[in-house]
Write a protein that binds this ligand. Structure first.
Ligand code: ME8
Length: 521
């Protein structure tokens, strides 16, 4: 994204199929979608991956409880995730499933390579396992000698033959990577936690299980039919098998990932195991691993087991998909937790979207229609409004930096500062008086200034609210594409003469909470 024609590869976690999609999953996916859309607008060669994580004990148990085979169950839930993302117009290039044959072949190739390198050895595992988190723990890590320190559920004692990955051998290399790549883990506070954890010492990682069989088998050459791979090894590899690692290698040109988006619950897997696996495979490391916070309800993390999840589809249907996208990105600083509230969503719609954005468009169409038969010319904007143009320039100067640093709320805040400049200019220059005084060229310059600001804002907001921005762009007579982006954002040019068309009210005022409750059916 930093320059055009470069490769950009954005990923979401692959979601477990034991759960229904809730707003937490939607949040990660919407952020990734925003980054991918923005990247495409800049002209970068963009690849966006999402999908589902379908192996492991947790899925096998959930399927059994429902009287289904794991594959039947995975097909059903994976299909629901995909349908939701399609309904949300998520612009993924590939939806990977870990039960795909190419994925399984790719993971086996990776396992074999790490084994051949001497990074995998056979041993016996003895310790504790949390099925819900699919994570191994030592006795010391448990809470009250029994419970998972992450989710609080009881753990199981596991004693079985296992293959191990020599994670301990990668301690120094990982520390070096963290030191040399300032923004490899975002936000910084989360990076510090990871660095401290690794400095505390790493133990080798058990990467195969023998007590159940719902997983990828070890490579055939190893002749270990009892073993299936640890689900996290299988899952993390999706980021390269999706590009054809170990099979046709077709899309491997996209590697390394630009940004792996994850929730903070799974940062350790991504920031410790994953780079160590990649080093073992002699592959370059991702540029950023960005961990966001949790959406909570009444202060508790949203999760199906707690029964407090909010259905993103119900919310989007009631309040509008684009408004929901904007709300999620704007409401909570990236990395922090946020409590979901319909009241806060309603306020954002009425104030930011209705008043500041939608109403500004109405004013453009109203003024241009009343005074100039909808024709707008930028001819005199610089003559009368260099001051406002400079103010806008100053705010937009580093706006893309916020995206690269994942400060998405600040990105949006700055766009809203610019909208404030536009709204204020109308009050300051009073075009209705300028017209009365016969200064129609000055009034035209003002209307054109606002139109130009709206055009730039539209380019910057297209990735956030693609549907509404398409309507705004059509009303302004501009096209949202790389050519317009280059002209207006990179080259800071003004738009050519244009004709405004009226649009329906984009964000009708919402007077009351629309959903009794937002729980999934
Ligand atoms: O962990 N708030 O899958 P998962 C915000 N399969 N985000 C949330 C959330 C919440 N309350 N709940 C879930 C897995 N998420 C593994 C990943 S990747 C190689 C394997 C989002 O279905 C957030 O992105 O449990 C979190 O990291 C992810 O869903 C966990 O999804």
């Amino acid at each position: 994204m930093e320059e055009s024609c470069k490769n950009v590869y954005i990923t979401t976690p692959i979601y477990y199929v034991n759960d229904i999609a809730h707003i937490g999953h939607a949040y990660t996916t919407i952020i990734a979608d925003m980054l991918a859309r923005y990247s495409r607008l800049t002209g970068a060669n963009t690849y966006f991956l999402t999908g589902t994580d379908e192996h492991g004990q947790k899925i096998a148990q959930s399927a059994e409880q429902r009287g289904k085979t794991p594959k039947e169950y995975a097909d059903e839930v994976s299909g629901k995730f995909k349908a939701l993302w399609d309904d949300f117009d998520i612009s993924y290039d590939k939806f990977i499933r870990t039960t795909d044959d190419e994925h399984k072949t790719g993971v086996q190739a990776a396992f074999q390579k790490m084994y051949d390198k001497g990074d995998i050895y056979k041993g016996d595992y003895e310790g504790y396992y949390c099925v819900s988190c699919e994570t191994f723990f030592t006795e010391k890590q448990l809470v009250d000698e029994q419970f998972c320190p992450d989710c609080g559920k009881p753990t199981n004692i596991v004693k079985e033959e296992s293959y191990f990955f020599k994670l301990s051998a990668y301690e120094d290399k990982l520390i070096k990577w963290y030191e040399e790549n300032e923004d490899c883990i975002l936000p910084r506070s989360k990076k510090n936690e990871i660095v401290n954890f690794v400095q505390g010492g790493l133990r080798d990682l058990s990467i195969s299980r023998t007590s159940f069989d719902w997983g990828v088998k070890l490579p055939e050459a190893m002749n270990e039919p009892k073993h299936v791979m640890y689900v996290w090894l299988d899952a993390l590899m999706n980021y390269i098998t999706a590009l054809g690692y170990g099979t046709d290698e077709k899309e491997m040109g996209h590697w390394p990932a630009s940004t792996h988006l994850v929730g903070k619950d799974i940062l350790r897997f991504h920031a410790i195991y994953w780079p160590a696996f990649l080093m073992s495979l002699d592959l370059p490391l991702p540029k950023h691993i960005a961990a966001h916070g949790w959406w909570t309800r009444d202060g508790e993390k949203m999760s199906k087991s707690k029964g407090n999840v909010v259905d993103p589809k119900l919310v989007a249907d009631a309040y509008g998909l684009d408004a929901f996208r904007y709300f999620m990105l704007r409401e909570v600083p990236f990395g922090q937790d946020g409590d979901f509230s319909q009241k806060a969503l309603m306020d954002r719609i009425n104030s930011d979207l209705g008043n500041d954005l939608g109403n500004l468009l109405n004013r453009i169409s109203g003024m241009s229609g009343k005074y100039f038969d909808f024709k707008v010319s930028s001819k005199d904007v610089k003559k009368f409004h260099q001051k406002e143009l400079d103010e806008v320039e100053e705010i937009f100067e580093n706006i893309e930096e916020y995206l690269y640093k994942m400060q998405l709320n600040r990105y949006l805040e700055d766009i809203w500062k610019v909208l404030t400049i536009a709204n204020k200019a109308i009050g300051d220059y009073e075009p209705w008086n300028l017209m009365k005084e016969g200064k129609s060229d000055e009034a035209m310059a003002l209307v054109a200034l606002i139109t130009n600001i709206m055009a730039r804002v539209s380019l910057l907001l297209d990735s956030v609210m693609p549907d509404k921005i398409a309507k705004i762009a059509a009303s302004l007579g501009i096209t949202i594409d790389n050519k317009t982006y280059t002209s207006l954002i990179l080259n800071k040019e003004l738009i050519a003469d244009t004709t405004i068309t009226k649009v329906e009210q984009l964000f009708p005022r919402i007077e009351e909470i629309l959903l009794e409750q937002a729980k999934p059916a």
